[in-house]
Write a protein that binds this ligand. Structure first.
Ligand code: PRX
Length: 620
């Protein structure tokens, strides 16, 4: 590859050596990486694979991810280094935290939670905007050994209620509201509605962000600034010494069927995995200002906005707003002003910004950038080249990282000396092995599409689905026993590069957000006019996929543009604005199998004018 782009050829020898060493001895590789971090007690075994697929990492070890994110930096050269730079949506609100002051904030939040009786194993729901308190809250939970469940602050009351109840959260941490394109999204009202009948929630902590009037329940709700003014909030809160396998967080994500499932990650392995992947893939340097645009409500925000950068002692940048408000130069302006060096975002954002033309980024000096990153969905070569040429000025390599909520950390991604191919996420990370299989479980020839599987356990892997070991085994490990089924289709080329195509199940990636057809359908069916509904994803120029819904109406209702609009609003209010169908059709009936299952595949083929495939199981 003569015209290849290399992230950092100077790192070539080390990169190759690490890759070879990890391939020869993955366990040794992970042990060496773990040894770069601090442990209260060392591990007895790096990997316990005696009860697959319930793998355990660093068994016997004691640690706490917060010890490595914060505590260990306080006695070293990073004590006064900026851990977090935060900018509000209005562009004038601005806060910075050194590792020293981040520690103070996290202690304060942890003291408050502790005073509410929160301790090891308790579940805490965090429903906050992109403000520093979301970072404090996650770390405070981890510090106490409590398990956080962060819910993206764009989910509606119904969706929030399901997740709070399923996790049996004791405390909810929220804000009065969040700023969205200059308007207020009333988070506290949504929480009030969500927990009206919640049996588990004892306390609600409310961070003041927007300052509008909100109802406060005198016994249950507390302003965070009132709590931190109390003596109980002062002083150090000791970091709990956790077992490496103790749960760190659950994160709800969409699957093929039913309600969202809670992916469970643990302290030790997740810590080693996120630290290692960020450090080596993005070649993190002391002088970097790292910006991951993801929201902490998603796994990318967990692993690479909060935990990974702090573990690596990096300076993480966080912006409350979106890319186009008030103008489409917002991100470029921030990159220039704050001297961002490494910028990690999603293809959908790139595609939407491309539409505004090059004049917007060209107004800004983007020369501080040295590396770019992409995550969440396949990046089409056109967007890749625009990102590379217009934002990276042809100088900055793009690290396309393929991974999932379940994997916790990058799985397929370039490393510094690997030549890049636009549209490919590169090769499995050090020590990892991925394969492409056919239905029968045989590897397909290079260049052919098949099911993407991972064949070696990795430290950052999910440990199970919260409260549902059986679904964990069935979803990921039963199609090909011993191999992790990712749920994606992909190809591998002759050079060993992987090209991810998309989901093979009933999960739709809309603007990089992961949604299940089942959730969209159940939101639709909760409308009085709807008897049955089917949702599918169809290709969309900017969003990657857009939701198309087929709705069978109850007797007495007739399809109309007005009803379609009402249904779109209904989904927005009952699930999330991100789940709003782009398009709604009102057929008389849905194609089903004889056993009554909706054949979404047939709807999709029809919508795309493609061959409908095998119809032998169709009802009639
Ligand atoms: O389909 C793949 C797609 O996102 C899915 C995982 O979604 P989620 O759990 O929300 O995590 C997203 C952020 C890690 C995958 O099954 N996906 C993620 N990254 C890429 C991708 N598809 C192609 N290229 C990627 N880089």
């Amino acid at each position: 590859m003569d015209d290849a782009i290399y992230p950092d050829p100077s790192f070539g020898a080390e990169d190759t050596a690490l890759r070879e060493a990890a391939a020869a001895d993955p366990i040794g590789f992970w042990a060496d990486r773990a040894a770069e971090l601090e442990w209260y007690e060392p591990w007895e075994k790096v990997l316990d694979d005696t009860n697959p697929p319930f793998y355990k990492w660093f068994t016997g070890a004691r640690t706490n991810i917060v010890h490595n994110c914060i505590d260990r930096h306080l006695s070293g050269p990073y004590k006064n280094k900026l851990a977090l730079i935060w900018v509000g949506e209005n562009g004038t609100d601005y806060k910075t935290y050194s590792y020293f002051s981040l520690n103070r904030e996290v202690n304060q939040m942890a003291n408050v939670l502790k005073a509410m009786g929160v301790g090891r194993g308790d579940k805490i729901t965090i429903y906050l905007p992109r403000i520093p308190e979301v970072v404090f809250a996650m770390l405070a939970c981890a510090k106490l050994g409590a398990v956080h469940s962060v819910i993206f602050a764009g989910f509606s009351a119904d969706a929030l209620a399901d997740r709070i109840d399923d996790s049996e959260s004791k405390v909810v941490i929220t804000a009065d509201g969040s700023w969205v394109n200059g308007g207020i999204f009333k988070l506290k009202d949504i929480v009030d509605e969500a927990i009206r009948f919640s049996p588990s929630v004892e306390n609600v902590i409310v961070v003041k962000r927007t300052g509008h009037e909100v109802a406060m329940d005198a016994l249950r709700d507390h302003w965070y600034h009132d709590l931190t003014a109390l003596p109980i909030a002062k002083g150090d809160c000791p970091t709990e010494q956790m077992d490496a396998e103790d749960p760190l967080f659950i994160l709800y994500t969409s699957g093929s069927t039913g309600k969202p499932k809670a992916i469970l990650h643990s302290h030790g392995g997740y810590m080693v995995g996120t630290y290692t992947t960020l450090k080596y893939t993005f070649d993190i340097r002391d002088e970097d200002r790292w910006w991951c645009t993801a929201d902490p409500g998603w796994i990318t925000g967990h692993s690479y906005l909060v935990y990974g950068p702090l573990l690596a002692g990096a300076t993480s940048f966080m912006f409350e707003g979106g890319p186009t408000y008030p103008y489409p130069n917002r991100w470029w302006q921030l990159i220039e002003y704050y001297g961002i060096t490494t910028f990690y975002t999603a293809p959908t954002a790139i595609r939407s910004l491309m539409r505004f033309g090059e004049a917007w980024p060209n107004r800004h000096d983007l020369s501080s950038l040295r590396l770019l990153g992409s995550v969440g969905e396949p990046i089409n070569p056109e967007a890749w080249h625009w990102f590379h040429r217009v934002i990276g000025k042809g100088r900055c390599p793009i690290m396309d990282t393929w991974w999932q909520t379940e994997t916790g950390m990058f799985q397929i991604c370039p490393t510094p000396s690997m030549p890049l191919k636009p549209g490919s996420a590169g090769k499995p990370f050090y020590g990892q092995v991925a394969e492409i299989l056919n239905e029968a479980g045989e590897p397909v020839p290079d260049g052919e599409e098949g099911f993407l599987v991972l064949t070696k356990p990795w430290p950052g892997m999910l440990r199970t689905l919260f409260k549902d070991d059986e679904r964990y085994v069935n979803t990921y490990w039963s199609k090909y026993p011993g191999k992790y089924l990712a749920g994606d289709s992909a190809r591998r080329d002759a050079d060993g590069y992987f090209w991810v195509i998309g989901r093979t199940d009933d999960v739709i990636k809309v603007s990089g957000h992961r949604l299940g057809t089942a959730e969209v359908e159940s939101a639709l069916v909760s409308h009085p006019a709807v008897a049955e509904a089917a949702a599918i994803g169809l290709p969309h120029e900017v969003k990657g996929n857009a939701i198309h819904a087929f709705v069978v109406l109850r007797m007495g209702y007739e399809g109309s543009p007005q009803l379609a609009e009402d249904l779109r609003k209904h989904v927005s209010v009952h699930l999330s604005p991100i789940a709003k169908p782009d398009w709604i059709d009102f057929p008389d009936k849905l194609p089903k199998t004889r056993s009554g299952k909706i054949m979404r595949r047939v709807l999709k083929a029809r919508a795309l004018g493609q061959d409908e495939g095998d119809l032998t199981t169709l009802e009639e």
